[in-house]
Design a protein around this ligand. Structure first.
Ligand code: ARG
Length: 301
């Protein structure tokens, strides 16, 4: 079994990888989405939200959300839905409220988030209850963990029992010490150094066991070195495609089909050259709030 630990340097990652192949991990196949009934931009929680208060076109948002769900379904994945809760304008970003994983006993678990913003803390109970009803074990982080934003910052290495953990804006680095112990999993931590890239999933998309899509300016030099050690193929997004295009917030299904916001031709060409199929979608109404494909769903067992 791979021991719990937090990895901050390439030397530490080297030593973990030198101990033998990482334990494999069952990937979840289903997709949970939260309906956008109450989706809105009412304040500015991240750089993408500037200038967008009150600008959401609800009808358009609903059409984009439906089309995204259909794109997931046509790639062969069942989409489960949870109704949005009134007063929770960001709940549609279903990647953030928990981190799901598979326990050693074959029973899945979720680790509920400690959201940074009070308005988003209100979302967690409904999502937690949804998982509890489905028999998930609830694993709580200690109260002392100030912030942790679930799958927005903690991203599983495809097929392996290893997490990549972004920190700096929405997750405190200390959260990973506690998380690593709680779920007995090593976590490679990456500081998010660019003010716009507030969640790991805005700048890092794990494509397959050996390939990742990143926006390098979001990471420190040490962070990029860790990413290059962890993945043989590193596809880099340019500044315009990572920023206006939101390209790194893509999601890959079955290690093959990349669902991505449309408008990033260079990233799309690089993904195709690396053997990935592409499904382009339009999530412009949600980008006004700083979220796109990856944030709008949670992979569940
Ligand atoms: N407006 C939301 C927030 O700032 C967007 C969250 C997007 N989610 C994500 N995983 N990046 O919290």
């Amino acid at each position: 079994m791979t021991p719990a630990r937090v990895i901050r340097t390439t030397a530490e990652l080297e030593s973990l990888l030198g101990e033998g192949p990482l334990e494999s991990r069952v990937e979840p196949r289903h997709i949970l989405m939260c309906t956008p009934d109450y989706f809105d931009v009412v304040d500015v929680k991240n750089a993408f939200m500037h200038g967008n208060i009150g600008s959401v076109d609800r009808l358009k948002a609903r059409e984009q959300w439906d089309a995204l769900a259909r794109a997931f379904e046509s790639a062969g994945h069942e989409v489960l839905t949870l109704p949005g809760v009134e007063g929770c304008e960001d709940m549609v970003f279903a990647a953030n409220q928990v981190l799901p994983g598979m326990g050693d006993d074959g029973r899945p678990y979720v680790v509920p988030s400690h959201m940074r913003h009070p308005s988003r803390r209100r979302e967690v109970p409904a999502i937690r209850a949804w998982f509890e009803e489905r028999g998930y074990r609830i694993l709580e982080l200690p109260e002392s963990v100030p912030y942790f934003e679930g799958q927005g910052d903690a991203i599983w290495h495809p097929g392996r029992r290893l997490l990549w953990g972004g920190y700096g804006q929405r997750t405190a680095v200390e959260a990973y010490e506690a998380l690593s112990e709680l779920i007995e999993t090593p976590v490679v931590v990456l500081e998010l150094v660019h003010p716009s890239f507030y969640h790991l999933d805005t700048a890092f998309c794990a494509l397959s066991e050996d390939a990742v899509l990143v926006y390098p300016a979001a990471f420190s030099d040490e962070g990029m070195a860790l990413i290059r050690r962890g993945f043989d193929r590193v596809i880099e997004a340019s500044e315009p495609e990572a920023t206006s295009g939101f390209a790194c917030n893509a999601h890959v299904l079955d290690g093959r089909t990349v669902v991505i916001q449309s408008g990033s031709p260079e990233v799309v060409a690089a993904l195709r050259a690396n053997g990935f199929d592409i499904v382009e979608v339009e999530t412009g109404e949600f980008i006004k709030s700083g979220g796109s494909v990856f944030c709008m769903k949670m992979m569940v067992y």
